[in-house]
Every structure is written in structure tokens, then in C-alpha cells.
Design a protein around this ligand. Structure first.
Ligand code: AMP
Length: 477
């Protein structure tokens, strides 16, 4: 069997000390559904017992039975939505993972992708570890199990110091809720507090808004948070000189109504649209439209800066999942049609600026340009609020292999021809960086645009090239 590691970007949430913790986590995961729709799970802790419910699909699919939530007893819980991209849609990979350590059970939910774990996994296996899943998250559990320390907080600190890459994790034990964010800060993680004294941690603050928790602050890169009967304690475990937050969280992944470092993502996305308009104006166009929903905010920025009118030229069917997540190319192509319908009355005889947040494979825009022209658009000028994606992401975004990326071997002009539009302009890396929060020690991972990986990813690259070779020859890796 081919050995594979899942790449995933996900949503995590934890609640400490509240009635109906499971229900709160359920609703929190609902707000974080955009971060993952492949599987969902919740684990609660109640007087020494752990309860777990999980399954494949969206939250409502997984928690459809009448007692799915009711059976999850306890005042503390963690939950996870998984957005997996490569292969292996298996039950074994659904999180939170639960493991029985020497001094009791722990549950763990992980957002991000660890790198260089193949050697670590093999070493653990040589030492007798039996893995139940292909997720890299399980490595953290095995490292915790092997730690000589007694306290879960020390075991966790031991474990995360041995891994590299992206992790924003929540861990639940019988006595505490823990959260940790890797020293580079790739994926977001924040802390919330309820007026009744309960604490929460979540991938994005939009989850707190729904649950009535107040956003306290982000978990800073290199920090662990311990929440127990004594309250909340911040325990720094690494001092990064510079962070490498995933800039794509700002471009696409996070919701615009979520806050990072106290500010709404909305603000940064609008800035991207404004900068895009400066870099690639579309002088005599009539209207600006977005590809809803992910580029709405950038399109508003573009419209306000250019003075062009923002119109809703595409209507999205909200009952279709993200097209990207459909496993085959044919389904993906169908998905675009299922998902968007053009509004003829808005588009007819107009020169249209279409603002899109990103082009990955080019599937969406290739289909959309045909639909928009059929609806009467006279000219199509595509403006993309991020630079060309030319390199795979090894930290959790689904740009997993060179071959899939349209900008891998095509110039902007070739992409323009491929998607069939009149002009195409991408935001530059410099202007993208100028759109996001600045400050001492704040840095961004832009590897998908530049190929400058902030950590050693040689194992991943080697694995990817082996995979390419084996796909050609049919050999196992
Ligand atoms: P494509 O059709 O392959 O060019 O993909 C571009 C579309 O996918 C855009 O509409 C983006 O909003 C969306 N997108 C970009 N990155 C991701 C991602 N990691 N997961 C899901 N959708 C994405």
C-alpha cells in the first residue's frame, strides 16, 4: 500500500467548563464548517470518562441522529472539522483522536500539516508504536505517550518540541483543556471567554460570536495555553524570531468576519482589492463582480478604489459544498455549474471586471468565463487578489502537487488564454504583503507563490517526486 500523509486544513474548537459543552462545540464547528467538510467529530470529558461521536461528512450529516449530542456528557469538549485533500477518506483519520496514556485518556484535534514526519513515524514504528491512522497528528499522540513526564502539559510540550511544521491544536484531558500554536504561527488559533467564566479556544473568532464568548486574544506563535480549574495560563514554549503565518488564510481560508490580532480579516481582504485595483486597473469597464463568497470582500475593495460599481453578477447556490473538495476533475467541473448561476440582467452587454481570490487549477474561471459570456458579458477582465500559485503547500493548504497548479508551467498570458478572458491581472507578492498586518517579528509564509519554504521540506519534496515517478511506473512508494 502506498504510504501517504494527509494534508489538511481544518477547524478546531474547545470549550472548558460550560453546561452543554458538546452543544456549544457543535455550534462552534458549524461556524467553522468552511474550514473542513470531509469529517467532523466531538469528544467530551465527564468525570473520568470520555465520550466521542464522529463521522464522515459535514457536521449536520455526522450529527443527524437524535442523541448524537445528548450522549456527549460533560462540561468540557473539543471538536474538529477536517478538510482533507489527498486520498484516504478513512474513518481512522477522523479527529479528535483519542488515546489512553499512562495516566488517563487524552483527545487531540489538529489543524495544520506537520513536515518531515516520515522519518519520525518510522522511528516510532521501529520502537513498537502501532499507528491507527495516516494522519500526522497521531505522531503527536505517540510522542506524548513516550514522554517521561507525568503531567499532560509537560507531555504535550515535549511532543510538540519534536515536530516541525504547522499545528494549531487542542488537547483535552480529564483535568484540563490545552491549546498550542507552532512557533511559526501558520494556522490561526484564538482564546475566548464567556461572562459565566467558561473559556474557549477556536481556529477563528467567528465561532465565539455565535457562542457568546468574547474574543480575548490570539494564541501567539510558540505559546501553549492551559485551562483548568485554576483559570487560564499562557505557557510560552518557543520564542520565534519571526513568524511565518500562512498568508493564504488572509486571502481565502479564514472568514472575513473573523478577527486576527484584533482586526477583522475583512479589512485586509479589502486592502488586497484596493491594491489590486492600483496594480491592475480596468479603466473602461462597466461593473465589478465577485466570485461569491470567497472574493466578495476583495471585490468590494477593488470597486471602491476603482470607482466602478459593484454588482452581484453571479449567484451562488449555498447548498453545494466547495467545488474544490469534489474528488474527481469531472465532478469538479460539474460543481462549478451547480454552484454558480449568472444574472443575465446584470451582465448583458457589460464590460465586466471579475474579482477572484485565487486561481489554483483554473477550473472555476474556465467554466465561469463561458457562463458569463453566455449570459451576455461583452468583455471579461479577471483580477486575482493573490499572486499566481506556483508551488505546492506542505503546511496544510491543498496545493499538494506541481502538476495540479496551472501557474506551475504557464505564464499569465497563457493562463489568460486557457481560461478564455480578455485580460488577467494578479496581485503582486509585494502588494499582498503590504495588505496584511505588519509589525515587529510578524512574517508570512508565501511559499505557494515564491517557493521560499520557511522550513526544511526536503522530505516532502523527495516524497512528491517519488510519487510522480511511481504514478508513471505504477510502483509503490
Ligand atoms: P481553481 O478552480 O482550481 O482555479 O480554484 C480556484 C477556486 O478555488 C477559487 O474560487 C478559490 O476561491 C478556491 N480556492 C482556493 N484555494 C482553495 C482551497 N485551498 N480550498 C478550496 N478552495 C480553494
Amino acid at each position: 500500500m502506498a504510504c501517504e500523509t494527509l494534508r489538511h486544513n481544518c477547524g478546531v474548537i474547545g470549550i472548558w467548563d460550560n453546561d452543554n459543552a458538546a452543544e456549544l462545540v457543535y455550534h462552534g464547528l458549524y461556524s467553522l464548517q468552511h474550514r473542513g467538510q470531509e469529517s467532523a467529530g466531538i469528544v467530551t470529558a465527564d468525570n473520568g470518562h470520555f465520550y466521542r461521536h464522529y463521522g464522515m461528512g459535514t457536521l449536520t450529516q455526522v450529527f443527524s441522529g437524535p442523541d448524537a449530542i445528548a450522549k456527549l456528557k460533560g462540561r468540557s469538549a473539543i471538536g474538529h472539522n477536517r478538510y482533507s485533500t489527498t486520498g484516504s477518506s478513512s474513518h481512522d483519520n477522523i479527529q479528535p483522536l483519542v488515546a489512553e496514556l499512562r495516566d488517563g485518556p487524552v483527545a487531540i484535534a489538529h489543524n495544520g500539516n506537520l513536515v518531515n514526519t516520515r522519518k519520525l513515524r518510522r522511528k516510532l514504528q521501529e520502537d513498537g508504536a502501532i499507528f491507527h491512522s495516516t494522519t500526522d497528528s497521531e505522531i503527536i499522540v505517540h510522542l506524548m505517550a513516550r514522554s517521561k513526564h507525568d503531567k499532560v502539559r509537560d507531555k504535550l510540550r515535549d511532543a510538540i518540541k519534536k515536530v516541525e511544521g504547522a499545528y494549531s491544536i487542542t488537547v483535552l484531558s480529564n483535568h484540563a483543556l490545552y491549546a498550542a500554536r507552532d512557533p511559526q504561527g501558520w494556522r490561526p488559533l484564538c482564546i475566548g471567554k464567556h461572562e459565566n467564566g467558561s473559556w474557549a479556544v477556536a481556529s477563528e473568532t467567528c465561532a465565539f460570536d455565535l457562542l457568546g464568548y468574547e474574543y480575548v486574544r490570539d494564541v501567539n506563535p510558540g505559546e501553549m495555553v492551559v485551562i483548568d480549574e485554576n483559570g487560564m495560563e499562557i505557557v510560552p514554549f518557543a520564542k520565534p524570531k519571526k513568524t511565518f503565518q500562512c498568508i493564504f488564510e488572509y486571502v481565502y481560508f479564514s472568514r472575513p468576519d473573523s478577527r486576527v490580532a484584533g482586526e477583522y480579516i475583512d479589512k485586509y481582504r479589502r486592502r488586497m482589492g484596493k491594491n489590486l485595483s492600483d496594480e491592475h486597473p480596468a479603466g473602461d469597464a462597466d461593473i465589478v463582480i465577485s466570485v461569491p463568497d470567497s472574493s466578495n470582500t476583495a471585490a468590494l475593495g477593488y470597486a471602491s478604489q476603482s470607482g466602478l460599481k459593484f454588482e452581484m453578477g453571479l449567484i451562488r447556490n449555498h447548498y453545494v459544498g466547495r467545488t474544490f473538495i469534489q474528488p474527481t476533475q469531472t465532478m469538479r467541473e460539474m460543481g462549478v455549474r451547480l454552484k454558480f448561476n449568472p444574472v443575465g440582467g446584470v451582465l448583458n452587454d457589460r464590460k465586466v471586471v471579475v474579482v477572484e481570490d485565487s486561481i489554483v487549477r483554473g477550473t472555476t474561471l474556465k467554466k465561469l468565463s463561458v457562463l458569463l459570456r453566455q449570459a451576455g458579458a461583452k468583455e471579461l477582465h479577471v483580477r486575482v487578489s493573490s499572486p499566481p500559485i506556483r508551488f505546492p503547500c506542505y503546511y496544510g493548504m491543498d496545493f499538494s502537487s506541481h502538476g495540479e497548479l496551472i501557474a506551475d508551467d504557464k505564464s499569465v498570458e497563457e493562463i489568460r488564454k486557457h481560461i478564455g478572458v480578455d485580460s488577467l491581472g494578479y496581485l503582486s507578492v509585494e502588494r499582498l504583503l503590504a495588505s496584511v498586518p505588519q509589525g515587529e517579528g510578524i512574517g508570512y509564509c508565501t511559499a505557494c507563490f515564491t517557493g521560499d519554504y520557511p522550513t526544511d521540506v526536503s522530505e516532502e519534496i523527495e516524497y512528491e517526486s517519488k510519487l510522480r515517478y511511481s504514478t508513471k511506473t505504477g510502483e509503490e512508494t
